[in-house]
Design a protein around this ligand. Structure first.
Ligand SMILES: C[S@@+](CC[C@H](N)C(=O)[O-])C[C@H]1O[C@@H](n2cnc3c(N)ncnc32)[C@H](O)[C@@H]1O
Length: 180
């Protein structure tokens, strides 16, 4: 899945990340690092220091300068309006209060900036959506991630204006671009 699907979706970041100050939320083990534009200085946060140790090693191997911080997206320690692009991949399915995390991202994003997200979301299809609602408690218990998040609604609730909403992989994964 990672090699055949996710990698091609992640590669979109290379063209869509704009500006000099960029924030990646939930960097994990650094799977997006190969797609950072070379000239850009990325600040990366995650709740898990162990994941970030691996991301740090990956960044070193790739010769990419990244500023790592252990931080919760729901309570960002950055000043207002400092980042040109803020982005995350497969993160908001596990953030306990996604709207507050997305509000924090809006706060730290510059007025003309961009939010990029690649996320698992609740399928639009009525039957699949119902099935995902039924299965969600089991998946959360097993993997800690929600499969039925209404992420597009959450983004709007957090005050973003969605510009691009592209469903990938049979409706379950969505590429999203938004402005404050
Ligand atoms: C499924 S992994 C995805 C990692 C990476 N973005 C990727 O695409 O491979 C989710 C990541 O989000 C991080 N995370 C979850 N909740 C978070 C929060 N509230 N603040 C910051 N990071 C969080 C987790 O620690 C984990 O590294």
């Amino acid at each position: 899945m990672e090699r055949f699907l996710f990698a091609s979706w992640r590669a979109r970041l290379r063209d869509r990340i704009v500006g000099n100050r960029v924030l990646e939320v939930g960097v994990g083990t650094g799977k997006n690092t190969p797609y950072y534009p070379q000239e850009v200085k990325v600040t990366a946060i995650d709740l898990s220091p162990r994941m970030m140790e691996r991301a740090q090693r990956n960044a070193l191997i790739l010769g990419q300068e990244v500023d790592f911080w252990e931080m919760d997206v729901q309570h960002l320690a950055f000043p207002d309006q400092v980042f040109d692009t803020v982005f995350a991949t497969f993160v908001f399915c596990s953030v306990p209060d996604p709207v507050s995390g997305l509000r924090e991202l809006r706060r730290v994003c510059k007025p003309g900036g961009t939010l990029l997200l690649l996320e698992h979301i609740r399928p639009k299809n009525f039957i699949l959506g119902f099935l995902f609602d039924l299965l969600n408690p089991i998946v959360v218990r097993m993997m800690g991630a929600n499969i039925n998040r209404r992420t597009l609604d959450n983004i709007r609730m957090a005050g973003w204006r969605i510009q691009v909403e592209e469903r990938l992989s049979s409706d379950i994964v969505c590429w999203i671009e938004a402005n404050p």
